[in-house]
Design a binder for this molecule. Structure first.
Ligand code: ADP
Ligand code: VHF
Length: 366
């Protein structure tokens, strides 16, 4: 079988709409040209496209100030149609079929639906259809909402085992501070690890249509890195930049993949799943998990919060309250409460193959 390399391109609302809030036809045409060329060069691309809310508001002539969530969702239902109509027209003219994939956080939090989404994306990619992904804004609310497509694009990149995630935005990369506020800020060409000093430099959105700004791009880069995917944040003014990036040119800011990347199942536990309860563990268990790479035994569990059946994803906290791991519990909350009163020493609560130790779930999962 021929080997195709996969690339996920995420484009933000700020790069897709003009100053009147309408879809920028020439920008979208340039994007379609560049993506068609990617196909010719043997890539299997996925497009994660924002712009539904912005395009809907522009079309309807609604003001963006003081919008309620149902009004945003209503605008997205208009804008998503406009986006797909435009993409269909542009890609069909270049001999490429497109498929719309709308996801909510809940779709990826459910393991079966996550695997279904993966299967669907694989069929589209293997048959050279371009998947165009967005959050299902019309139905997503509160806890089932990603809220930003940067995070969604990183999850999709892990899901399809992409080599590269390109996040196109209205600035040419990640700077040492928000350049709109700090004139001394400088472009950082390479980030090996998204640590606290890096997170400190990131600000929110700089445009009226963007969501999340650089903060959500860093969260995305961190998820992608742990999934073994390199991320580049770059300017989307000229979408042909994706061809240079795919060819390995160093432009924008490159976030290197982690040397300790997670296998697919653990990626889902760490970044896709939603914890249904919380276990508190003692310091001996903290050491066993974080230093000795062991499974979690009942003897180290000191408390259980929430009600969940066996097989649920649970958060694991130390007795100071910080989440340090997440995994799939072999026992229901009721059974766990019984067991910890009189712990059988060897009883395994979470097998290490179903456990991820990570202190940064909260920055990755809004
Ligand atoms: N450290 C930083 N480096 C670069 N841009 C930053 C930084 N902090 C905040 N930003 C802001 O992030 C914006 C891009 O994010 P956003 O507005 O959400 O765009 P998009 O619609 O492409 O997702 C930039 O225009 C910039 O104002
Ligand atoms: N799903 C929303 C976009 C959310 C989002 O992350 O926007 P952006 O910061 O412009 O990438 C929409 O299509 O309007």
């Amino acid at each position: 079988m021929e080997h195709y390399k996969r690339i996920v391109i995420k484009i933000g609302s700020s790069s897709l709409t003009n100053n009147r809030g309408l879809l920028d036809h020439s920008r979208m045409m340039a994007l379609a040209d560049a993506m068609a060329e990617l196909f010719r060069r043997g890539w299997q691309p996925v497009l994660v496209s924002s712009g539904a809310v912005a395009a809907g508001l522009g079309q309807l002539g609604w003001s963006r100030s003081n919008l309620t969530m149902p009004e945003r969702q209503a605008a997205a239902s208009v804008g998503q149609g406009l986006l797909m109509e435009k993409y269909n027209e542009l890609f069909q003219a270049r001999g490429i079929q497109v498929g719309q994939v709308l996801l909510t956080k809940e779709d990826l939090a459910d393991r079966r639906r996550y695997l279904n989404a993966r299967n669907t994306l694989n069929v589209l990619l293997n048959r050279h259809v371009l998947p165009i992904v967005n959050e299902n804004d019309t139905v997503a609310f509160a806890e089932i909402r990603f809220g930003d497509n940067d995070t969604l694009s990183a999850l999709v990149a892990g899901l399809v085992e992409a080599e590269l995630l390109v996040i196109l935005t209205d600035i040419d990369g990640f700077y040492s501070g928000d350049p709109r506020k700090d004139p001394t800020a400088r472009l950082i060409p390479v980030v090996r690890q998204v640590d606290e000093s890096i997170v400190q430099a990131a600000g929110g959105s700089g445009s009226p249509v963007g969501t999340g700004g650089m903060r959500t791009k860093l969260a995305a880069a961190r998820i992608a890195a742990r999934s073994g995917v390199r991320t580049v944040v770059a300017g989307g003014k000229d979408p042909a930049i994706i061809l240079s990036l795919a060819a390995g040119e160093r432009l924008g800011t490159c976030f290197e993949p982690s040397p300790h990347c997670l296998r697919s199942r653990k990626q889902w536990i760490a970044f896709g799943s939603v914890a249904r309860g919380t276990l508190t563990i003692d310091q001996g268990a903290v050491k066993a998990l974080t230093e000795d790479n062991k499974s979690l035994l009942a003897v180290g569990v000191t408390g259980v919060r929430g009600n969940f059946p066996a097989g649920s994803v649970v958060a694991v906290e130390d007795d100071r309250g910080g989440e340090l791991a997440r995994g799939i519990s072999n026992l229901s909350s009721d059974d766990l409460r019984l067991v910890i009163k009189n712990p059988g020493r060897g009883l395994e609560v979470i097998n290490r193959d179903w456990l991820v130790c990570e202190r940064s779930f909260s920055t990755c999962q809004s």
